[in-house]
Design a protein around this ligand. Structure first.
Ligand code: ADP
Length: 420
């Protein structure tokens, strides 16, 4: 595997070089080609091991496949690849062809690759050296023949070290992170670190899942709060991250894991299966996001605070700036949700343009909607991750005019003028 750009400070996803100082090698081109055939990447992470990350990742992948999507499940948890066990695929040997590895087909639309398939035996402890681990993670994305996928779900190594960093960098800036935690304080602290880690790397956060939250009683079917719960939800609110839901502690989950069948495949009505299925809803919504303004968010659906929604418009001079990332200022327009009229407009200067910075800055300003001319898919994905709605293709007009038209339902939009 080429390491041409690995040590370069401008290294990007795929090992390419944003500075233009390094040439793109065949490995980089291969990685780019593989990634270009995958519509959405979901990276399931956790601050530490044992919180149910692999269980959640596996159930997400199966639930997406049951929803009719073409799904890949990639297990690069070098510390304990458990996906083969969770899907009864232990002992499977992927076919290695001429520079490609065939993933194992679990169903007609779910393909699986795991480091576990490469271990001589499940009882063998393998000590991977650092660079080998990074190389493996990259290779498993690039050399596996994933084909055309709607979703690649990645079971990422826990923590905030080099391994999850490699996973995110390999998958690129549009890979969405899902963080799994348990409600206990210590796990929640780990999540705080994971959220800032993802933000620093510049990837969009899809949200937080609180696993082992309450106890699903096998006798009465109800979920009892035997220990504390809600820590993940509280943290999500505090950090401005979407809360994807609580999955109770359920003996059936542990049993299904041990016996190798994913819960969502066999149970549709239980509280735990329902909770797992709810987690994939925002993932299914990602598909709409990439279709330009097909569904313009409705004013009445905006979720503002205390009778007010905040709309941001990037401006240059006095009008909307077509290039979102290069605007001079943002018009921040507060609108009364009941009267449907503008309360105030202020102009704020955003921080310097760098990937991921402006979406986070807007979300921190408590913006609910951005009306933009052109905006790349990565920035749009980041806004979704922070629960900020986006309209693209709006004309270069006075920001208050645009907001008034939007409220009145008469805003017309055209092409997203800068989709990069
Ligand atoms: P991680 O990938 O974070 O190390 P795993 O997914 O391997 O965690 O889960 C660790 C253990 O916890 C497994 O035995 C699994 O069956 C169990 N487990 C995970 N989630 C639940 C749950 N909601 N209810 C009961 N047991 C669970």
């Amino acid at each position: 595997m080429s390491d041409a750009c690995g040590s370069c400070s401008s290294a990007t996803a795929g090992g390419g070089c944003s500075s233009g100082g390094c040439a793109e090698g065949p490995e980089d081109i291969k990685l780019k080609t593989t990634l270009s055939r995958i519509k959405h990447k979901i990276v399931v992470m956790s601050g530490k091991g044992g919180v149910g990350k692999s269980t959640v990742a596996t159930n997400i992948a199966v639930a997406l496949s049951l929803a009719g999507k073409r799904v890949g499940l990639l297990d690069v948890d070098v510390h304990g690849p458990s996906v083969p066990r969770l899907l009864s695929l232990e002992g499977e040997q992927p076919h290695i062809g001429d520079q490609v590895i065939e993933p194992i087909s679990w169903s007609r639309n779910l393909w699986v690759m795991s480091l576990g398939f490469m271990l001589p035996s499940k009882n063998d402890a393998v000590i991977w050296r650092g660079p080998v681990k990074m190389g493996l993670i990259k290779q498993f994305v690039q050399d596996v023949d994933w084909g055309d996928l709607d979703y690649l779900v990645v079971d990422c190594p826990p923590g905030t070290g080099d391994e999850p960093l490699t996973a995110l960098q390999t998958l690129g800036h549009d890979a969405h992170a899902v963080i799994v935690t348990t409600p206990q304080g210590v796990a929640v602290d780990d999540v705080r670190r994971s959220v800032s880690f993802v933000r620093q790397v510049g990837n969009p956060m899809l949200g937080i899942v609180e696993n082992m939250s309450g106890f699903a009683c096998p006798d009465c079917g109800a979920v009892h709060d035997i220990f504390s719960s809600g820590g993940g939800e509280k943290l999500a609110a505090e950090m401005g991250v979407r809360f994807l839901g609580r999955i109770p502690m359920d003996p059936e989950v542990a049993r299904s894991g041990d016996e190798g069948y994913p819960l969502v495949k066999v149970d549709h009505d239980g509280a735990t299966a329902k909770a797992m299925n709810a987690v994939i809803k925002p993932m299914l919504e990602l598909a709409d996001l990439l279709q330009e303004n097909k569904d313009m968010p409705c004013f009445d659906d905006l979720e503002g605070a205390s009778g007010k929604v905040r709309i941001a418009v990037p401006v240059v001079g006095e009008v909307l700036c077509n290039h979102f990332g290069h605007c001079e200022r943002f018009a921040i327009v507060d609108v009364d949700t009941e009267l449907k009229s503008i309360i105030s407009t202020t102009f704020e200067t955003p921080p310097p343009h760098e990937p991921g910075v402006i979406p986070n800055w807007c979300a921190d300003q408590k913006v609910n909607l951005v009306i933009a001319g052109g905006m790349g898919a990565k920035a749009q994905a980041m806004f979704t991750g922070r629960n900020v709605k986006v309209i693209t293709g709006a004309p270069a007009e006075d920001p208050e005019n645009l907001v008034n038209k939007y409220i009145a339902g008469s805003l017309t939009t055209g092409q997203n003028t800068c989709d990069h």
